[in-house]
Design a binder for this molecule. Structure first.
Ligand code: DX5
Ligand code: ZN
Length: 220
């Protein structure tokens, strides 16, 4: 499959997390997206390394850890040891982004860099050659269930052009307000990984909603 679906467990039932993760895997998820929030970088508190370690024990799907935290350098090793596969940091939270990227690389993890909706894309230029994934936020991070900001489409298109100028393959992930209705237009602009929280976990039949995502992407 050309496209990857990454359910965000922020919208899952945390009391039944193992079952929720197994259910989205069976339904065809490609990655498990884990939203880490510190109450400073974003106005919400969520998951820390112990929960990531527990998730690691119950799935072999890659863990896509989205760090919405200030000074992420302090916690990279803890999340790596907990079993993260991709560590994504926000450019807005990293004054020494090059160093942060080197730390993630030295831990043997894939490197992701995220941008908030109002952050210019040119922040990516100096580090493009060094990363594996760009995460374009299509909502202001902090909560699931927000609406997709329409201007994101132009940003995805521009980001895809930048990524295509680099020889290495770099994934382009989009996070926030993804639905069956907009997933195709997001893919057409050049994204290949789609995070979805409420659109998946808000349904009773995960297999059916992921199937509808794939159908919208012409992948059924
Ligand atoms: C937003 C998080 C997202 C969020 C997505 O701050 O980074 O991953 O959980 O949820 P939905 O798909 O409901 O917008
Ligand atoms: Zn996220």
């Amino acid at each position: 499959m050309k496209y990857k679906i990454a359910p965000s467990i922020l919208s899952a039932d945390f009391a039944r997390l193992k079952n929720e993760i197994e259910a989205v895997k069976e339904a065809g998820a490609d990655l498990i997206h884990i939203d880490v929030m510190d109450g400073h970088f974003v106005p919400n508190l969520t998951i820390g390394p112990p929960v990531v370690a527990s998730v690691r024990k119950v799935t072999d799907l890659p863990l896509d850890v989205h760090l919405m935290i200030e000074v992420p350098d302090r916690f990279l090793r803890a999340f790596a040891d907990a079993g993260a596969d991709i560590l994504t940091v926000h450019v807005e939270a990293c004054p020494h982004l090059h160093r942060t990227i080197e730390i993630i690389r030295s831990l043997g993890k894939s490197v992701g860099v995220a941008l908030n909706p109002a952050t210019p894309l040119h922040f990516l230029e100096p580090i493009l050659e060094e990363i594996d994934l760009v995460l374009i936020m299509s909502v202001d991070p902090g909560f699931s269930g927000q609406y997709f900001i329409p201007n994101t489409l132009k940003r995805i298109e521009a980001a895809r052009k930048m990524l295509d100028s680099v020889k290495r393959k770099i994934d382009l992930e989009v996070d926030g307000g993804i639905s069956e209705k907009n997933i195709k237009s997001v893919a057409d602009r050049g994204a290949n990984i789609f995070v979805a929280g409420s659109a998946i976990f808000g349904q009773s039949d995960y297999r059916d909603i992921i199937k509808r995502f794939r159908a919208a992407l012409d992948e059924s």
